[in-house]
Design a protein around this ligand. Structure first.
Ligand code: HEC
Length: 153
């Protein structure tokens, strides 16, 4: 092997390494984007038929404790014991992306599930799923109120 061909091989090899490290980054970006769970836009048009009554909220709380706490945690922070170690863990309901999501979108996600998150259409009647939505909103309101209180201390 001449010195020239050794140099040429080194250049080819380093180009290959560069190429693969870039394409790997691209792949990782795509996987990350796939992990953001988007409901179809028509879900935004679903309107919660229930009022925010004490009775509906209490019903929602009971269902939440029976079916959701195990993964999403008592306060919806995504810290339930079965949520740990999942490849895509349950998200914190206090994240702005979820606080600002439409009722319909969240209702749709509860209904259809994704990955480790089960679907609840076959397990809970529509009204029950709307009661759950009310309770998720209640958890978000409680958290926001607590945060505001801390600000004024
Ligand atoms: C076995 C664990 C598990 C249970 C039980 C479970 N979830 Fe989830 N949940 C998840 C996981 C994991 C995700 C994230 C899914 C993803 O993004 O791929 C998730 C996502 C969600 C989201 C979407 C958040 C976002 O990204 O916008 C909502 C809303 C939700 N869950 C509500 C509930 C409710 C309400 C219940 C109870 C009826 C429930 N989940 C039960 C694991 C669970």
């Amino acid at each position: 092997m001449t010195l020239h061909s050794i140099f040429r091989n080194i250049i080819i090899l380093s180009n290959l390494i560069l190429f693969f490290s870039f394409s790997d980054k691209e792949n990782r970006k795509e996987i990350k984007q796939e992990k953001i769970w988007q409901a179809p836009t028509w879900a935004d048009t679903l309107i919660n038929p229930l009022s925010n009554s004490v009775e509906n909220l209490n019903n929602g709380k009971v269902i939440y404790h029976a079916h959701c706490v195990i993964c999403h945690g008592e306060n919806g922070r995504g810290d339930g014991e079965s949520g740990f170690g999942l490849e895509t863990p349950p998200r914190d309901f206090m994240e702005p992306a979820i606080v600002n999501q439409s009722d319909g979108s969240i209702f749709w996600k509860i209904s259809f599930g994704k990955g480790a998150m089960p679907e609840f259409t076959s397990k809970l009647a529509k009204t029950k799923r709307w009661e759950l939505l009310l309770y998720v909103r209640e958890l978000q309101r409680k958290y926001a109120a607590k945060k505001d209180k801390r600000k004024f201390k």
